[in-house]
Design a protein around this ligand. Structure first.
Ligand code: COA
Length: 320
């Protein structure tokens, strides 16, 4: 038996900020952002929160799956931008849904958070501990950006995506997770420093800092390797894959991965143009778009892959 995705959902903030609007607050241009990343606009939370979007995405996914919250055994939220330090966003979602039976906790794996969630579901199902699970990727990274730092703030957007999984004959065929803590400094947000009356310089806050080129190199090397390994483990050829649903950080990264895999770029759906990088939300939001557009048929084989801070990388091959 394996974990099969039986429903998806997503939620994006109503405010859309295009590149030209960013030109008003930071020293950048629409041309630079488009040509270096492919991003044209992003959704930014004003009234929405990480939790409210996670709940909305979860409700849409449950409806799409045709199951009730009471059937859920596990709720996982991949997030690095929860509204509270505690309780976990997943517990807040559990409460809002009324999913009383479900165990709920968050996963801190940045942009690979949704994939790491799928990895946990896969393992729990194989161990016979659960039959039905909800995995969410939800972020409001806008609150962790230095809006004066043009090298980071133009890249990210807010939003949430969710998937319901159930134990079935066909589903996840292989799933890989990898972490490289040695490269942790390449993408870091240190805003939880030691802070108490006995320490000088308490209350210092910091924002997201990134060595873009290092992350770029990691992505174009690690992601294709990970996909090839996951395909190998699944016994599936790249040509059999209908879609490669990859983390939406930069269109040049996606093009490089397609090239390395020798696959046509048409197999790599994108929404980064309108959403930017939603971190853990990227893959499930894009998956929901494809699903709702009717582009997936039962039995299709797809690849999901996320990568980001940690550095982390998660890849899954699955039958729809
Ligand atoms: N607008 C205008 N100019 C900008 C800019 C912006 N928003 N951001 C950076 N620049 C400038 C830099 O200051 C630099 O100027 P200089 O040459 O005068 O010093 C120049 O553009 C080139 O910067 P560089 O960082 O070398 O650009 P790049 O081609 O590497 O592209 C990224 C930068 C961030 C788009 C690219 O490295 C990238 O996508 N990396 C991966 C990041 C990622 O995926 N992160 C998330 C992982 S989950």
């Amino acid at each position: 038996m394996s974990a099969r995705i039986i429903g998806t959902g997503s939620c994006l903030p109503s405010l859309v900020v295009d590149n030209r609007k960013l030109e008003e607050i930071v020293d950048t241009t629409d041309e630079w952002i488009r040509s270096r990343t492919g991003i044209e606009s992003r959704h930014i939370a004003v009234e929405e929160t990480t939790t409210s979007m996670a709940i909305a995405a979860a409700q849409a996914a449950l409806e799409d799956a045709g199951i009730s919250a009471g059937q859920l055994d596990l709720i996982l939220v991949g997030t690095i931008s929860g509204d509270c330090v505690f309780p976990a966003t997943a517990c807040q979602v559990q409460s809002a849904l009324g999913a009383e039976r479900a165990v709920a906790f968050d996963i801190s794996a940045a942009c690979a958070g949704f994939l790491f969630g799928l990895g946990i579901v896969d393992a729990y199902m194989k161990a016979g501990r659960i039959r039905t699970a909800l995995v969410i990727g939800a972020e409001t990274l806008s609150k962790m950006m230095d809006w004066k730092d043009r090298s980071t703030c133009v890249l990210f957007g807010d939003g949430a995506g969710a998937a319901v999984l159930r134990e079935e004959e066909q589903g996840i065929l292989s799933i890989l997770q990898a972490s490289d803590g040695q490269k942790g400094d390449a993408l870091i947000c240190e805003n939880r420093r030691v802070n108490n009356p006995y320490r000088e310089n308490s209350n210092e806050l910091d924002y997201t800092k990134m060595n873009g080129q290092e992350v770029y190199r990691f992505a174009v090397r690690t992601v294709p390797q990970s996909i090839e390994k996951a395909l190998d483990e699944a016994g599936v050829g790249a040509d059999e894959i209908k879609y490669f649903v990859l983390h939406q950080a930069n269109i040049r990264i996606l093009e490089a991965v397609a090239k390395r895999l020798g696959q046509p770029f048409e197999k790599f759906p994108t929404n980064l143009q309108k959403c930017g990088n939603i971190s853990a939300g990227s893959v499930p939001v894009l998956l929901d778009e494809i699903n709702r557009a009717g582009k997936l048929q039962r039995g299709d084989k797809i690849v999901l892959a996320g990568f980001g801070a940690g550095l982390t990388c998660g890849t899954a091959v699955l039958t729809w």
